[in-house]
Structure formats: C-alpha cells, structure tokens
Write a protein that binds this ligand. Structure first.
Ligand code: ZN
Length: 325
C-alpha cells in the first residue's frame, strides 16, 4: 500500500496529524500544493518506518502468507456475517492518477457521495472507495507463493473520517486482487488493460493525470464470492491495525508487455512490505462458496465409516480365526 500525497508534500505533513501519514490520506490533500517529492520512508528500510506498529509489530500485522489449510470456512458466520458482498458505483469512477514515489495510485475525485461503496460479507457498514494502487510483487502470498502483482482498493467506513477510521479495527476495508502474468490474454478473462493507457504518463515520481474515468469492475476478480478475509493492518506507515482485508482468490491478468511496463516505473527496487508473523490472525472464507467442502467431509466421513466397518469385520474375522485354532 502506499502513502499518498503527504510523502511529497511538506505542507500536508504540517497540516495533517501523524496518522495521515498513510496511503489513505490521498484525496484529502487534493487542494495542497506539492512542494517536495522526497518520500519520507522506503521499502528498503522497513525498520525505520514511522509508527510503533510498523517498528514493533502488533497482533494483526499485514501482509501475511495465507495457508489454505488454516483458512476457516465460515459456515457459522463468525466473521462473514452480512451476506454476499455488494458493490455499487464501480462502473464509472472519476479518479486522478499519481506516481507518488511508492506506487501508481488512482484516487477517487469529486464529492464523497458519488464515490463507489461496498458492504456485506464481513463488512457491517458501507465503505467508500478512496483509492486504488498497485504492488509488484504481491504483498500477500498463498501457501508461500506470491503473485506478480496485487491491486489494493482502499475503502474508508463511510460514517467515519479518515482519522477516526484509522483508530477502529474495522475502520478500513481493502479489497485485494492478485495480478497474474501470461503471454496472451483472452477477452473473456479479467485484465488490467483498463488502466494501461495512463501508465506511460505516470512513470516518474510526481507525474499526475486527472479527470480519468475507470470501469473498476474490469479490475475485479470474476468470482466475487470466493475470497479470503481477515482483520489486519495497513501495509505502509503507520501500519494501523484498522483494516478488514478481502482478498479474492481468483486473479486478474496482465500480459508480459504490460508487466514490463510496471517494471519501468520509478518507485525503487520493489514496493511490497515483507510478510508478517501470524499472531492473532484468523483467516475466513465464505462457507457458501466452499460447498464442496462439506461434501468432501461427508465423503471422507463415509470412507472412515467404511474403514471402521472393514477393520471391525477383519478384527472379528481375526479373533474368530484365532479362537478357532
Ligand atoms: Zn497496498
């Protein structure tokens, strides 16, 4: 994830509190004049990031490696309590793009009332989209395997200010989509082509484009009901433990050429935070989308029953055989 304007703007650094030194401060500073493009932190020096959670860790830091064998199908709605995810307003999103020295970021523009919103799944409240940004390689991994890219759609609880949201465990919701690279992409596959025309204009720190309209639904995974979700943190300073992560398990696609284009963007050596230790993390997946699992459980239950029966008969046979000797 990425810091927004504050990284480059000493005016903002003075105006906003320390908590604003996170990626979500982005569009809050749209009126400020950019006077300094020197990033205040670096992916090469995570130990020097501002914020005690970044430096000393916490209970639910992100990103993490998701071990699918540890993921909990949420049949009892312990965490995923609010039905299917519901997205609204993502087809035509007015954004401005910036290269902020850490990533390419597209921030929602205009009145908050017209920003896209998401709710449902693990989200009790409405969350409005603040911005979309990119990591290459991915920050999260699945069973130890990283993807070439990860897209983060950063949302803030619509009933809270950004500062308030940073202090709540469910203040933010980040929808995460992995990006996978393949030589050619079929039209029916979801892909990142929607944003590629703007990338050549955002190659250097401080580059900006405005008045862009994106169809963000084209950047989503095709199956929005198959995801991992957990309570975690921002992956950039100040690593606030205020994020409900929703990580789709099906990727969108980039071509080799598109991925190489990202590689040329001037953001330093890489832009992902290192994997964090698993502590109080509990990762869930919707029970409904794992319907095959109870069937498998039933199947294995039947097998166990058959084996028990088999060994009971064998045991009876053996003991009878022994007795008969
Ligand atoms: Zn991110």
């Amino acid at each position: 994830m990425r810091t927004v304007w504050h990284c480059f703007n000493t005016v903002i650094a003075v105006i906003f509190t320390v908590s604003f030194f996170t990626e979500i401060a982005a569009e809050s500073s749209s009126v400020a004049t950019i006077v300094d493009y020197e990033p205040l932190w670096s992916y090469d020096e995570e130990s020097k990031w501002p914020g005690h959670h970044c430096q000393e860790g916490g209970k639910r830091q992100s990103p993490i490696d998701i071990k699918t064998s540890d993921v909990i199908p949420d049949f009892t709605k312990m965490f995923i309590k609010y039905g299917p995810l519901q997205f609204s307003g993502y087809h035509r999103v007015l954004v401005s793009g910036i290269n902020n020295g850490h990533t390419i970021q597209f921030s929602s523009e205009g009145e908050e009332a017209i920003h896209p919103v998401v709710t449902g799944g693990p989200l009790k409240y409405l969350y409005r989209l603040e911005q979309l940004h990119f990591h290459w390689l991915s920050e999260h991994s699945i069973n130890g395997v990283k993807f070439p890219m990860e897209l983060h759609f950063v949302h803030v609880r619509s009933d809270l200010s950004v500062v308030e949201a940073l202090g709540k465990r469910d203040g933010l919701a980040i929808i995460s989509v992995f990006g996978n690279v393949q030589a050619e992409i079929d039209d029916f596959e979801p892909h990142v082509t929607e944003i590629m025309e703007y990338i050549p204009h955002l190659m250097n720190t401080g580059d900006r484009v405005s008045g862009v309209i994106l169809d963000m639904t084209k950047l989503f995974s095709p199956n929005k009901e198959s995801y991992y979700t957990y309570s975690g943190s921002l992956t950039s300073p100040e690593c606030n433990e205020a994020v409900i992560w929703i990580i789709f398990d099906e990727p969108v696609y980039l071509t080799d050429a598109q991925y190489r284009q990202f590689g040329k963007i001037g953001v330093g050596r890489h832009n992902f935070r290192s994997l964090q230790k698993i502590k109080h993390h509990l990762v869930f997946t919707p029970g409904e989308t794992r319907i095959h699992m109870p069937q498998i459980a039933v199947f294995f239950g039947d097998v166990v029953k058959l084996f028990r029966e088999f060994f009971r008969k064998i045991g009876t046979f053996m003991s009878n055989g022994i007795k008969s000797r």
